[in-house]
Design a protein around this ligand. Structure first.
Ligand code: HEM
Length: 482
């Protein structure tokens, strides 16, 4: 186990060092600048993003007013300017031009798009509405993430449960334990396949590597079952199950917003969150699926002791989940209103509500049904109902987590001077933000937010400084993004 763990740590450090970037590569600046009025034609267009985009899946298209592409289709990541894509232009004449860009995040493959205009000795062209700047996650992505998280939790939690809470001894328990390893492995493989399918041919190399490792962990966990026990004794197999679960969990952390921030403390928090979730969730599944079916034939006192031991472990895991979840939330949210006003916040709120319900059920198990069963009193019907409800709530919370990790966090640090533009009913609305200073959040994050609104024919802009909340409110006024 120890060499395996050392390999896990070494691989994660290497992968992390190889790719700290943001999960959404947003526009920061360009040359020509947005709305530039030039007197000479440029020979290239450069767009700088908040983080490194994956050049293979990204594009910068320069279009004339008739919609014809006038660039050389040679988009590359430039080496002399960080996070910048460039595209060459042929000989272009006077007129208005539209630069339409799409980026694919090098971390998790998330797409972002936008457009801006420039003009040479001519009026600026109108910019068509091209839909949301970050398309919502697809059903395939949500299913892939939720399945992957489920697989991680089942393998890690089952390994932990069978090593430290209760070692399956009866034949029936061992059989069910092996079946659960297959289910966990299949969830990992299935989830990984869905995510790869969702990404298609444009999958960034780093993401492909991590997904391949995740799928491999699922295959390895299932394959370990077929090795004879003289080659892999039961206790070593249980360690291997936990190890493959932990390794798969690490691949999730390495494509998370925490990894995107490049801050090792948040990566550690995210991984702790995943481990604690797995110990709790996977433990509940292991208990209900492996232990409970043979509970009737068992000494109620022994069963009660297992419940007691697992409940205490679950309490510790829950404390870690809440602490690590809260610390991460504080890093990702700007205002408390984000919890109800942004997709990211709503997904987070859903998790918190589901967790509260889960805690209620857990308390019932710990304080009512566990003691009753320890005293040998019949309580298994109610206990079962509780376990089924708990499993349903866990599934819900994993889906909420899948949404959470797919949406851009409100506080995503992008260093952008210009964050969002909307074109609605002939009105161009521009929200400008200052560079996020992560250490002095409350004082400065929005202090220089400026709101500018102007008509599409661009008479002089009406600009007004506004409070963060007002800016946020106005930004979410009806209308489609860019
Ligand atoms: C049963 C309870 C919970 C489950 C099953 C759960 C599950 C998850 C999962 C699977 C992830 C994704 C980890 C990754 O991809 O690396 C995650 C991330 C996260 N969770 Fe939880 N979670 C739970 C409770 C909470 C609570 C109570 C909070 C807040 C107080 C919270 C806040 C977060 C945050 C902020 C993230 C990071 C999302 C991001 O990448 O931006 N979670 N959670």
């Amino acid at each position: 186990m120890r060499p395996l763990l050392a390999a896990l740590v070494a691989a994660s450090v290497l992968i992390l060092m190889g790719g700290a970037a943001a999960a959404h590569a947003n526009y920061v600046k360009s040359n020509p600048a947005s709305d530039a009025r030039l007197t000479k034609p440029p020979t290239e267009v450069r767009v700088t993003f908040s983080e490194t985009p994956d050049a293979r899946g990204s594009d910068v298209a320069v279009l004339d007013v008739n919609g014809n592409r006038v660039d050389a289709h040679d988009v590359t990541l430039v080496s002399d300017e960080v996070n910048t894509l460039r595209v060459s232009l042929g000989a272009i004449g006077d007129g208005g031009y539209l630069v339409s860009w799409t980026t694919v995040s090098a971390v998790d493959g998330h797409e972002t798009k936008g457009a801006f205009a420039f003009a040479i000795n001519a009026p600026l062209p109108a910019i068509k509405d091209i839909g949301p700047s970050a398309p919502p996650p697809t059903a395939l992505e949500i299913a892939g993430r939720a399945l992957s998280y489920g697989g991680v939790a089942v393998l890690t939690g089952l390994g932990f449960f069978t090593m430290f809470i209760r070692v399956p001894a009866a034949d029936g328990e061992v059989r069910r334990e092996r079946r659960l390893v297959m289910i966990g492995g299949a969830a990992l493989i299935g989830g990984t396949a869905l995510l790869a399918l969702n990404q298609g041919a444009n999958i960034p190399g780093r993401l492909l590597l991590l997904l391949a490792l995740r799928g491999f962990a699922g295959v390895a966990a299932v394959s370990a079952l077929v090795l004879p026990s003289r080659l892999l004794p039961a206790d070593a197999r249980r360690e291997a199950t936990a190890f493959f679960g932990l390794a798969a969990g690490l691949t999730a952390t390495l494509v998370s917003h925490a990894a995107a921030s490049g801050d090792l403390r948040y990566v550690a928090l995210d991984y702790l969150h995943v481990i604690a979730i797995s110990i709790w969730l996977g433990g509940v599944v292991a208990f209900s699926y492996v232990v409970m079916p043979s509970a009737r034939a068992e000494d109620p006192m022994g069963l009660g002791r297992t419940i007691w031991r697992f409940s205490l472990t679950a309490l510790a895991a829950i404390a870690v989940i809440i602490t690590t979840g809260t610390l991460q939330s504080l890093d990702r949210l700007v205002l408390i209103e984000d919890l109800v006003e942004t997709p990211y916040g709503i997904a987070l709120l859903a998790k918190i509500v589901l967790l509260t319900l889960l805690l209620g059920l857990g308390a019932l198990n710990l304080l009512v049904w566990g003691p009753r069963m320890r005293r040998g009193l019949a309580a298994s019907a109610q206990f079962w109902r509780g376990v089924i409800a708990e499993t349903g709530l866990f599934a819900g919370v994993l889906v909420a987590a899948a949404f959470l990790t797919s949406f851009a966090p409100p506080a995503q640090a992008n260093g952008a001077a210009f964050d969002e533009t909307k074109h609605t009913s002939g009105i161009r609305i521009e929200l400008l933000t200052a560079t996020v200073r992560r250490r002095s959040r409350s004082a400065s994050r929005w202090s220089s937010t400026t709101w500018a609104s102007k008509s599409s024919s661009r008479p002089s802009a009406r600009r007004a400084s506004t409070s963060p909340r007002a800016a946020r409110r106005r930004c979410s006024a009806p209308g489609r993004s860019r």
